[in-house]
Design a protein around this ligand. Structure first.
Ligand code: TXA
Ligand code: MG
Length: 347
């Protein structure tokens, strides 16, 4: 299959209209279109066509028990795909939609089991990105979209990442430049008694609790041996090719430990992920500065791209400072820990 890539400039509405019409028609005919959202690039298919959803699994090499998120562009679209809209969904949508929040509810018969990985619930999100919203409307209103990476690779934060993984396997890529957030949406499960976070993201527990009284965090996220409720969270996602080890402790001790560990390798075989605050202390190895600890948004935005750069550079091992910043730290460390297969050296 030939994959076409189209740059979309927000200001060029005429050109965009033509490309978006074509992309919408591709979705309605059961094809696959990758597109930017504010979190990461998504790989879209019509969520209501079982065969289209199956194509997503094939293109990504994704296990078919791993359900997809259905993206909508208007709140009114929600009622057709869920059994009932829980009151928390109205409250959360009012504050956080469009935006990086996915809500899980009991599904209606309109949503095929191929989309939900066989589950009776469906995950729904209204993204904030204008290209995503326009594409969803052009494509019929319901777009199933996982992150647009090959299963097991870091999620794509630029159209080039999508091209790297999926060229030849999908119909179209809409290139809207680098994404803003860089980590996938927060997932909150509203299908049971207490709203529960199944995947941390830039919308934190504290933020959700400004709207609804109490939110739990899935046990599977806190305890490595418990089974996470979101099927996707059990896989060793976001895995770089090199072995990744996190070093955690006081800044001084972490720097010293990473310097010591790196010395055991040839300089071009070892990668280091550090921050603006510590950069000057490293001189040996391939060093990548992920940003300042005072600007956690930039750490979130750079993480996946840095992991991909290390894949391309062919290092054998990567040592990363722990990146547990105040607000987004839970989401950032969740992705970093998974990429590291939970290998942490405490110093
Ligand atoms: O930010 C995002 O959410 C991005 C963009 C493209 O919107 N999408 C994304 O999709 O991250 P994906 O497929 O890579 O991750 C979806 C996660 C998986 O861990 C999946 O298991 C979980 O959501 N999930 C989906 N439906 C579910 C359901 N009904 N019950 C439990 N977990 C569900
Ligand atoms: Mg994903």
């Amino acid at each position: 299959m030939k994959t076409s890539m189209h740059t979309i400039k927000i200001e060029n509405t005429v050109l965009n209209g033509k490309i978006l019409d074509e992309a919408g028609a591709t979705l309605r005919q059961g094809g696959l279109v990758a597109f930017p959202t504010e979190t990461v690039y998504g790989l879209g298919a019509d969520a209501l066509q079982p065969l289209a959803a199956e194509k997503i699994y094939l293109a990504k090499g994704r296990p078919s028990d791993n359900p997809l998120i259905v993206h909508i562009a208007d709140f009114d679209a929600l009622q057709d795909i869920v059994e009932e809209i829980p009151k928390e969904a109205y409250q959360l949508a009012e504050k956080f939609w469009p935006g990086p929040l996915t809500m899980i509810m009991r599904k209606s018969d309109r949503v095929p089991l191929a989309t939900t990985g066989g589950l009776a619930t469906v995950a729904v999100r209204m993204p904030k990105h204008p290209i995503a919203l326009a594409l969803i409307r052009a494509g019929g209103g319901y777009v199933a979209a996982p992150s647009a990476n090959t299963s097991g690779r870091p999620s794509p934060t630029k159209a080039e990442h999508v091209w790297e993984d999926l060229n030849g396997k999908i119909d179209m890529i809409l290139d809207g430049g680098a994404v803003g957030i860089g980590l996938e949406s927060t997932i909150v499960d509203l299908s049971e008694e207490i709203p529960t976070i199944l995947r941390p993201g830039s919308i934190t527990k504290t933020m959700l609790e400004t709207v609804i009284p109490h939110v739990d965090i899935d046990k599977g996220l806190q305890n490595v041996s418990a089974r996470p409720k979101a099927p996707g969270m059990k896989y060793r996602h976001y895995a770089p090719k090199a072995k990744l080890v996190i070093v955690d402790g006081t800044s001084q001790a972490v720097i010293k430990k990473i310097q010591e560990l790196s010395a055991g390798y040839e300089a071009e075989q070892v990668g280091i992920i550090c921050t603006d605050e510590t950069r000057a202390h490293y001189t040996y190895g391939i060093i990548k500065d992920i940003g300042s600890r005072k600007q956690e948004e930039s750490i979130a935005r750079n993480l996946y791209a840095i992991l991909r750069e290390f894949d391309a550079s062919g290092v054998e091992v990567i040592f990363s400072e722990a990146l547990d910043t105040p607000d987004m730290g839970q989401a950032i460390m969740n992705r970093l820990l998974k990429a590291a297969g939970y290998q942490v050296i405490q110093v």
